[in-house]
Design a protein around this ligand. Structure first.
Ligand code: UDP
Length: 494
């Protein structure tokens, strides 16, 4: 079956992202990718999140008048009624709130998501989309879609490697064979003899609240139409094959999604306005030589204490390398900035750029002066680093980030671990300045790692080009969905 834009012009996707930047950003990119295939997307989200998406969507629609428009449908989310503080519509709120316990609020936030159920039912019934792409954290979405005979695709937001690793951990429980939580073991059943420790592994208790919730996520995945993965085949072929053979039988790799952003404005603003003038930032990078700058970012949820931030600053200074460092802090005149060593910015003037708040990450990673990436291994960041051909320093903190680290250091061999021993969820295990200095130096001079990283970036670009592996998977998905729609139309006729 062919894939001309005409044929698929009427495919209509509902995209229902988890309300966190790490999920909203790839969802917006996904809508753009669908649009380039002639399909229409409606993003379902709450009022405050819709404000973040409005500008980039408007600009995309304006720049691409020949494509189907991306639209937003606003969902009601009455925070007070749901026992949440006013404005708590995004995990950003949870992690930047200083008065409330992050754990309690996160749990309430997760539970509140079921509030969307009726609204989603109503929208599917009235707008009749051809497919619902819903985040893993809304397991009930499979049943809702099924009720109206609409295929539901699961979007985890992570790659194959971590999905396969956690499957093998559940199945074989290799952590039970070691005497202590710090003793390394090989993940049984997972291709590649990958080594990890128990204290780096995400919650394993299947009877806990989160354990039960994750079970329902897996069940909804099993009953869904399949899984969409922001990855590309050449990056993790063994794990893509393993996932399709043993974990979820149907999956489509359609990434790296971030590569859909070609224009400066698209790369500069992907859902949140940068805290620095993007042109200034690029001007600063323009003054540096090729591959000479290391970029440091810990994503959207990590918060380090002052002691740790001081160690990072000191380690960077000791390494002698130029850097761009994004710190989850807002600049304030009263703030004495006790998280920086005395006189740090004067001493590193011209050598280092600190961005307080939000960085235009993809613009920075793509700049030729950027030659290394110190990352917390969130999947979006990791894949953006891969797409930019960068060797990495891995500094995982929580979630599935330790698995992602092992992909970089043990499988792809394009990075060096800073040596975090334990999962700490959002705070981070303490790392000394000496370690920071050592790994920054190692990554910035490691020619073999850089060569491999650049090869992967080339593969990523080919994957999303017409006829590339991700492009073809997307075509196959579109064909299947058209077929489902045809069948449904036939059923309705008879
Ligand atoms: N990001 C950004 N600027 C920042 C911090 C993050 O543009 O200052 C983007 C980053 O490019 C990525 C996303 O936010 O697309 C973070 O997702 P990731 O999965 O890496 O980490 P999370 O925050 O979800 O742990």
């Amino acid at each position: 079956m062919g894939n001309s834009a005409d044929e698929v012009s009427k495919l209509h996707f509902f995209l229902f992202p988890f309300m966190a930047h790490g999920h909203m950003i790839p969802t917006l990119d996904m809508a753009k990718v669908f649009a380039t295939k002639g399909a229409k997307s409606t993003i379902l989200t709450t009022p405050l999140n819709s404000i973040l998406l409005e500008k980039p969507i408007k600009s995309f629609n304006h720049e691409n008048p020949q494509l189907e428009n991306i639209t937003i449908k606003i969902l009601n989310f009455p925070c007070a009624e749901l026992g949440l503080p006013q404005g708590c519509e995004n995990t950003d709120f949870i992690f930047s709130s200083h008065e409330l316990s992050t754990g309690d609020l996160s749990q309430k936030f997760f539970l509140a998501l079921t509030y969307f159920k009726e609204q989603l039912e109503h929208l599917i019934e009235t707008m009749k989309p051809d497919c619902l792409v819903a985040n893993m954290f809304v397991p009930w979405a499979t049943k809702v879609a099924e009720k109206f005979n609409v295929p539901r695709l699961v979007f985890h937001g992570t790659g194959y490697f971590s999905l396969c690793a956690s499957h093998c951990m559940r199945l074989h429980k290799p952590y039970k064979q070691v005497a202590s939580s710090s003793e390394p073991f090989v993940i049984t059943g997972l291709p590649g003899d990958v080594v990890i420790t128990d204290e780096q592994v995400i919650e394993k208790d299947e009877e806990s609240v989160m354990g039960k919730f994750m079970k329902s996520v897996r069940e909804s995945e099993r009953d869904s139409f399949g899984v969409l993965v922001n990855s590309f085949y050449e990056l993790e072929p063994a794990y893509s094959d393993f996932f399709k053979s043993f974990v979820a039988k149907r999956a489509w790799s359609i990434g790296p999604l971030s590569l859909t952003n070609r224009r400066f404005e698209e790369k500069a603003e992907r859902g949140k306005k940068a805290s620095i003038d993007e042109h200034e930032c690029l001007k600063w990078l323009d003054s540096k030589t090729c591959d000479s700058v290391i970029y440091l970012s810990f994503g959207t949820m990590t918060s380090f204490n002052n002691e740790q931030l001081i160690e990072i600053a000191a380690g960077l200074e000791m390494s002698g390398h130029d850097f761009v460092w994004v710190v989850n802090k807002t600049a304030s005149q009263e703030d004495k900035e006790e998280w920086l060593p005395e006189g740090f910015e004067e001493r590193t003037k011209g050598k280092g750029l600190i961005i307080r708040g939000w960085a235009p990450q993809v613009l920075i990673l793509d700049h030729q002066a950027t030659g290394g990436f110190l990352t917390h291994c969130g999947w979006n960041s990791l894949l953006e680093g891969v797409a930019s051909g960068l060797p990495m320093v891995t500094w995982p903190v929580g979630a599935e980030q330790f698995y992602n680290e092992k992909l970089v250091t043990q499988v792809l061999k394009t990075g060096v671990s800073v040596g975090v021993k334990k999962m700490m969820r959002v705070v981070g295990d303490f790392i000394s300045r000496d370690k920071v200095e050592r790994v920054v130096r190692e990554v910035m001079v490691g020619e073999e790692m850089r060569k491999r990283a650049k090869e992967l970036a080339e593969m990523a670009k080919v994957a999303v080009k017409e006829g590339g592996s991700s492009d073809l998977e997307l075509d196959r998905l579109m064909d299947e969905l058209k077929l489902v729609r045809l069948q449904r139309e036939e059923e309705n006729k008879s």
